[in-house]
Design a protein around this ligand. Structure first.
Ligand code: E4P
Length: 224
Protein backbone atom coordinates (compact mmCIF):
# COMPACT_ATOMS: atom_id res chain seq x y z
CA UNK A 1 0.00 0.00 0.00
CA UNK A 2 1.31 3.41 -0.99
CA UNK A 3 1.42 6.32 1.48
CA UNK A 4 0.49 9.83 0.37
CA UNK A 5 0.34 12.83 2.70
CA UNK A 6 -2.85 14.87 2.53
CA UNK A 7 -1.70 18.47 3.00
CA UNK A 8 -0.33 21.53 1.24
CA UNK A 9 1.85 22.38 4.27
CA UNK A 10 5.50 22.22 3.18
CA UNK A 11 6.92 21.60 6.68
CA UNK A 12 4.62 18.59 7.16
CA UNK A 13 5.40 17.26 3.68
CA UNK A 14 9.13 17.55 4.53
CA UNK A 15 8.67 15.75 7.87
CA UNK A 16 6.77 12.85 6.27
CA UNK A 17 9.24 12.70 3.39
CA UNK A 18 12.18 12.47 5.81
CA UNK A 19 10.63 9.32 7.29
CA UNK A 20 11.45 7.71 3.94
CA UNK A 21 8.02 6.16 3.45
CA UNK A 22 6.26 8.80 1.37
CA UNK A 23 5.00 7.92 -2.13
CA UNK A 24 3.13 11.10 -2.98
CA UNK A 25 1.04 14.08 -1.91
CA UNK A 26 -2.62 15.03 -2.29
CA UNK A 27 -4.01 18.53 -1.96
CA UNK A 28 -7.41 20.12 -2.42
CA UNK A 29 -8.63 23.73 -2.61
CA UNK A 30 -9.42 23.76 1.13
CA UNK A 31 -5.90 22.59 2.01
CA UNK A 32 -4.37 25.22 -0.31
CA UNK A 33 -6.54 27.95 1.26
CA UNK A 34 -5.44 26.80 4.74
CA UNK A 35 -1.84 27.61 3.73
CA UNK A 36 -2.91 31.09 2.56
CA UNK A 37 -1.97 30.44 -1.09
CA UNK A 38 -3.76 33.00 -3.26
CA UNK A 39 -3.92 33.49 -7.02
CA UNK A 40 -3.27 31.14 -9.95
CA UNK A 41 0.44 31.90 -10.17
CA UNK A 42 1.00 31.20 -6.46
CA UNK A 43 -1.01 27.97 -6.67
CA UNK A 44 1.01 26.73 -9.68
CA UNK A 45 4.28 27.68 -7.95
CA UNK A 46 3.24 25.81 -4.80
CA UNK A 47 2.50 22.64 -6.79
CA UNK A 48 5.91 22.89 -8.46
CA UNK A 49 7.62 23.28 -5.07
CA UNK A 50 5.85 20.13 -3.81
CA UNK A 51 6.86 18.21 -6.97
CA UNK A 52 10.47 19.25 -6.43
CA UNK A 53 10.34 18.05 -2.79
CA UNK A 54 8.73 14.63 -3.33
CA UNK A 55 9.45 12.33 -6.26
CA UNK A 56 6.00 10.73 -6.45
CA UNK A 57 2.44 11.33 -7.58
CA UNK A 58 1.22 14.82 -6.64
CA UNK A 59 -2.54 15.44 -6.93
CA UNK A 60 -3.59 18.94 -8.00
CA UNK A 61 -7.33 19.61 -8.05
CA UNK A 62 -9.23 21.47 -10.76
CA UNK A 63 -11.75 24.07 -9.63
CA UNK A 64 -13.69 24.10 -12.93
CA UNK A 65 -16.93 22.15 -13.17
CA UNK A 66 -17.66 22.28 -16.91
CA UNK A 67 -16.08 19.86 -19.38
CA UNK A 68 -14.19 22.37 -21.56
CA UNK A 69 -12.91 24.32 -18.55
CA UNK A 70 -11.85 21.14 -16.70
CA UNK A 71 -9.86 20.06 -19.77
CA UNK A 72 -8.16 23.45 -20.11
CA UNK A 73 -7.36 23.68 -16.38
CA UNK A 74 -6.27 20.05 -16.17
CA UNK A 75 -3.84 20.50 -19.08
CA UNK A 76 -2.34 23.55 -17.36
CA UNK A 77 -1.89 21.60 -14.12
CA UNK A 78 -0.42 18.59 -15.93
CA UNK A 79 2.10 20.87 -17.65
CA UNK A 80 3.59 21.97 -14.29
CA UNK A 81 5.48 18.68 -13.79
CA UNK A 82 5.33 15.09 -15.13
CA UNK A 83 4.31 13.81 -11.66
CA UNK A 84 1.13 15.89 -11.46
CA UNK A 85 -2.10 13.88 -11.18
CA UNK A 86 -5.14 15.93 -12.19
CA UNK A 87 -7.77 15.66 -9.47
CA UNK A 88 -11.30 15.85 -10.89
CA UNK A 89 -14.61 15.83 -8.97
CA UNK A 90 -17.13 12.99 -9.35
CA UNK A 91 -19.66 14.91 -11.45
CA UNK A 92 -20.99 14.29 -14.98
CA UNK A 93 -18.53 16.64 -16.69
CA UNK A 94 -15.80 15.31 -14.41
CA UNK A 95 -16.34 11.76 -15.68
CA UNK A 96 -16.28 13.00 -19.29
CA UNK A 97 -13.03 14.84 -18.52
CA UNK A 98 -11.47 11.78 -16.84
CA UNK A 99 -12.22 9.75 -19.98
CA UNK A 100 -10.66 12.50 -22.14
CA UNK A 101 -7.56 12.72 -19.93
CA UNK A 102 -7.22 8.93 -19.83
CA UNK A 103 -7.39 8.79 -23.66
CA UNK A 104 -4.76 11.53 -23.86
CA UNK A 105 -2.19 10.14 -21.42
CA UNK A 106 -2.96 12.46 -18.48
CA UNK A 107 -3.29 10.72 -15.11
CA UNK A 108 -6.28 11.51 -12.90
CA UNK A 109 -7.58 11.20 -9.37
CA UNK A 110 -11.39 11.08 -9.18
CA UNK A 111 -12.31 12.85 -5.95
CA UNK A 112 -15.38 13.27 -3.74
CA UNK A 113 -16.37 9.60 -4.04
CA UNK A 114 -18.93 8.22 -1.57
CA UNK A 115 -20.47 5.14 -3.22
CA UNK A 116 -19.62 1.94 -5.10
CA UNK A 117 -21.66 3.16 -8.09
CA UNK A 118 -19.45 6.23 -8.39
CA UNK A 119 -16.39 3.97 -8.10
CA UNK A 120 -17.57 1.82 -11.03
CA UNK A 121 -18.17 4.88 -13.22
CA UNK A 122 -14.73 6.36 -12.46
CA UNK A 123 -13.03 3.04 -13.27
CA UNK A 124 -14.96 2.77 -16.56
CA UNK A 125 -13.80 6.29 -17.46
CA UNK A 126 -10.19 5.23 -16.84
CA UNK A 127 -9.34 7.14 -13.65
CA UNK A 128 -5.82 6.40 -12.41
CA UNK A 129 -6.88 6.84 -8.77
CA UNK A 130 -10.25 6.85 -7.02
CA UNK A 131 -10.64 8.81 -3.76
CA UNK A 132 -13.41 7.52 -1.47
CA UNK A 133 -13.67 9.93 1.51
CA UNK A 134 -13.93 7.44 4.35
CA UNK A 135 -13.85 9.97 7.24
CA UNK A 136 -16.74 11.93 5.76
CA UNK A 137 -18.65 8.65 5.18
CA UNK A 138 -18.15 7.81 8.88
CA UNK A 139 -19.29 11.34 9.82
CA UNK A 140 -22.62 10.64 8.11
CA UNK A 141 -23.07 7.45 10.15
CA UNK A 142 -22.16 5.09 7.30
CA UNK A 143 -19.10 2.83 7.31
CA UNK A 144 -16.14 4.22 5.34
CA UNK A 145 -14.04 1.07 5.69
CA UNK A 146 -16.93 -1.08 4.46
CA UNK A 147 -17.04 1.15 1.36
CA UNK A 148 -13.31 0.45 0.69
CA UNK A 149 -13.96 -3.31 1.08
CA UNK A 150 -16.90 -3.14 -1.34
CA UNK A 151 -14.98 -1.17 -3.98
CA UNK A 152 -11.92 -3.43 -3.60
CA UNK A 153 -14.13 -6.51 -4.09
CA UNK A 154 -15.76 -5.04 -7.22
CA UNK A 155 -12.46 -3.85 -8.74
CA UNK A 156 -10.84 -7.27 -8.20
CA UNK A 157 -13.84 -9.11 -9.62
CA UNK A 158 -14.09 -6.87 -12.69
CA UNK A 159 -10.35 -6.46 -13.23
CA UNK A 160 -10.51 -2.65 -13.07
CA UNK A 161 -7.06 -1.05 -13.05
CA UNK A 162 -8.03 2.13 -11.13
CA UNK A 163 -6.19 2.32 -7.79
CA UNK A 164 -8.22 2.83 -4.62
CA UNK A 165 -6.83 5.85 -2.79
CA UNK A 166 -8.53 5.97 0.60
CA UNK A 167 -8.93 9.66 1.57
CA UNK A 168 -10.36 11.70 4.44
CA UNK A 169 -8.34 9.59 6.90
CA UNK A 170 -8.80 10.60 10.54
CA UNK A 171 -6.72 8.13 12.59
CA UNK A 172 -3.90 5.59 12.59
CA UNK A 173 -6.58 2.90 12.96
CA UNK A 174 -8.18 4.10 9.71
CA UNK A 175 -4.83 3.45 7.96
CA UNK A 176 -4.58 -0.10 9.36
CA UNK A 177 -8.21 -0.84 8.45
CA UNK A 178 -7.66 0.51 4.91
CA UNK A 179 -4.69 -1.85 4.50
CA UNK A 180 -6.91 -4.76 5.61
CA UNK A 181 -9.76 -3.66 3.35
CA UNK A 182 -7.63 -3.68 0.19
CA UNK A 183 -6.85 0.02 -0.41
CA UNK A 184 -3.95 0.50 -2.85
CA UNK A 185 -3.06 3.88 -1.34
CA UNK A 186 -3.96 5.94 1.71
CA UNK A 187 -3.69 9.69 1.83
CA UNK A 188 -3.52 10.98 5.37
CA UNK A 189 -2.63 14.07 7.36
CA UNK A 190 0.73 13.80 9.17
CA UNK A 191 -0.71 12.99 12.61
CA UNK A 192 -2.36 9.61 11.80
CA UNK A 193 0.83 8.57 9.93
CA UNK A 194 2.94 9.38 13.01
CA UNK A 195 0.27 7.68 15.13
CA UNK A 196 1.27 4.37 13.53
CA UNK A 197 4.58 4.62 15.42
CA UNK A 198 2.98 4.69 18.83
CA UNK A 199 2.54 1.90 21.35
CA UNK A 200 2.90 2.35 25.13
CA UNK A 201 4.77 -0.96 25.44
CA UNK A 202 7.37 0.32 22.96
CA UNK A 203 7.97 3.40 25.17
CA UNK A 204 8.12 1.33 28.39
CA UNK A 205 10.37 -1.29 26.75
CA UNK A 206 12.76 1.31 25.33
CA UNK A 207 13.03 3.15 28.67
CA UNK A 208 13.96 -0.13 30.37
CA UNK A 209 16.52 -1.08 27.68
CA UNK A 210 18.18 2.36 27.93
CA UNK A 211 18.21 2.13 31.74
CA UNK A 212 19.86 -1.31 31.63
CA UNK A 213 22.29 -0.21 28.90
CA UNK A 214 23.74 2.32 31.37
CA UNK A 215 24.75 -0.63 33.58
CA UNK A 216 26.49 -2.50 30.80
CA UNK A 217 28.05 -1.40 27.53
CA UNK A 218 27.02 2.24 27.32
CA UNK A 219 28.84 4.10 30.08
CA UNK A 220 28.54 7.31 28.04
CA UNK A 221 24.77 7.19 28.51
CA UNK A 222 25.27 6.86 32.28
CA UNK A 223 27.37 10.03 32.19
CA UNK A 224 30.56 8.13 33.17
C1 E4P B 1 -7.91 14.13 -0.36
O1 E4P B 1 -7.72 13.80 -1.49
C2 E4P B 1 -9.19 14.67 0.12
O2 E4P B 1 -9.45 15.89 -0.48
C3 E4P B 1 -9.12 14.79 1.62
O3 E4P B 1 -8.61 13.58 2.15
C4 E4P B 1 -10.42 15.16 2.29
O4 E4P B 1 -10.25 15.06 3.68
P1 E4P B 1 -11.24 15.71 4.74
O5 E4P B 1 -12.53 14.99 4.68
O6 E4P B 1 -10.54 15.53 6.06
O7 E4P B 1 -11.38 17.16 4.36
Amino acid sequence: MKFFIDTANLAQIKEAHELGILDGVTTNPSLMAKEGIKGEEAVMKHYLTICEMVDGDISAEVISTEFKDIIEEGKKLAAIHPNIIVKVPMIKDGIKAIKYFSDNGIKTNCTLVFSAGQAILAAKAGATYLSPFIGRVDDSNWDGIQLIEQISHIYNLQGYKTEILAASIRSALHIVKCAEAGADVITSPLEPILGLLKHPLTDIGLAKFLEDAKKTYAPALAGA
